[in-house]
Design a protein around this ligand. Structure first.
Ligand code: FAD
Length: 342
């Protein structure tokens, strides 16, 4: 079920690269303005040398060690993967390229790699301090009180995942950094007009395994004597699986685990895509994303990277990333992704 969920999730997020081998198709490269950004020939960056033998070369990217620590066994390798600074080169290709390495990008990377160890997964994150990422700005609240079934299901799953975080995100014998989960129910209050809605939502939540309780105004007053209940007719209080956690710790737990599984994190920014036009036999023209153009924070140069899938996990900048892929661009996919930073 989890695999199906992941696939569905991934399909929603993927900007699918068209990779048809249909002979009725011809591919012509356009003069895309992004191309001007490329400062290195791909032949120059494809000569990456592996400095040590990997346990399973198929499961990890070709990476170059930039220190002299010997790698003797798998434990050493995993510890090394956690020292992300050692990865200096940028591979020329990957199976999945995730744009944005905060909580969404890192958790997607973890789930993909955990289920498909052979898959090459690369995460691009332009700000390793995550100064403006919503993840670290958030209050870290977890609640089950939603109206949409999908939201409730995701939140119930999230709570279950967090309960077993040691099983999921421990590395070797070490527990993940404590996420400091504080149990405390959310209290949502409504006026007379909201009573029916509260009851319907409560029914949906209960049917999906969420634990919350409806309270009348007098029950609210009894339970929360400090609460001014004027105008309040109903309340819904979370009994289980609600509270808040430390988002920075959770982000690091996902990130470290993903690194330990062989996900490659690059301190780099997606600045565009190399595109080509695909002309079908019936004359239809389709745009194809060929390569991601990546600005490396290491040397401030732009590298092209091939990938079968691109995942947009850029948070508030998801609209910008989508635009780079042609979503919201006249003549390509005119309907924009309505997400922008405030
Ligand atoms: C003030 C506040 C409070 C919140 N409180 C809660 C809460 O209590 N509970 C809750 O569940 N949610 C809360 N949220 C929402 C939650 O924080 C977000 O839904 C979640 O963090 C989104 O994660 P993300 O990984 O999608 O985005 P982000 O955390 O924003 O990460 C996006 C990442 O993409 C990177 N990026 C962007 N563009 C590029 C590019 N071109 N190349 C490379 N990298 C790029 C950015 O640097 C960033 O690190 C809150 C949000 C805010 C702002």
């Amino acid at each position: 079920m989890t695999l199906r969920l992941t696939r569905r999730f991934v399909h929603q997020l993927f900007i699918r690269r068209y990779a048809s081998k249909d002979s009725s198709i011809t591919t012509t490269t356009t003069t895309d303005s992004n191309k001007d950004l490329t400062t290195e020939k791909s032949s120059e960056i494809s000569t990456v040398k592996r400095a040590f033998t990997l346990i399973n070369p198929k499961t990890v990217h070709e990476i170059k060690r930039i220190d002299d620590t010997p790698i003797k066994n798998e434990m050493d390798l995993i510890r090394h993967r956690l020292t992300e600074n050692r990865v200096k080169n940028i591979p020329i290709e990957t199976d999945v390229l995730i744009i944005g390495g905060a909580i969404m990008g890192s958790s997607i990377a973890y789930f993909l790699k955990q289920r498909s160890p052979d898959m090459k997964v690369t995460v691009l994150e332009r700000d390793w301090n995550y100064t403006t990422s919503s993840t670290v700005l958030s209050a870290g609240g977890l609640r089950q009180q939603f109206a949409l079934e999908e939201n409730i299901q995701m939140s119930v799953y999230g709570a279950e995942f967090l309960k077993h975080i040691r099983d999921h995100l421990s590395i070797l014998d070490e527990d993940p950094v404590p996420i400091s989960f504080q149990h405390n129910g959310y209290l949502l209050c409504g006026s007379e007009q909201s009573v029916k809605l509260f009851e319907e939502n409560h029914k949906t939540q209960t049917s999906l395994g969420a634990k919350s309780k409806l309270l009348t105004a007098s029950m609210l007053k009894e339970k929360f004597p400090w609460l001014n209940t004027d105008g309040i007719a109903i309340g819904c209080y979370g009994i289980q699986n609600e509270g808040w956690l430390d988002p920075w710790a959770l982000l690091n737990a996902f990130r470290q685990k993903a690194l330990s599984l062989g996900v490659l994190y690059l301190n780099a920014e997606l600045v565009g895509f190399d595109k080509s036009k695909r002309v079908w036999a019936d004359g239809t023209i389709e745009n194809q994303l060929d390569k991601a153009l990546i600005l490396s924070a290491d040397d401030n140069r732009i590298y092209p990277m091939d990938s079968s899938f691109f995942i947009n996990a850029a948070g508030p900048w998801a609209g910008e990333v989508a635009k780079m892929a042609g979503i919201g661009v006249a003549g390509e996919y005119p309907v924009a992704l309505p997400v922008e930073p405030r």
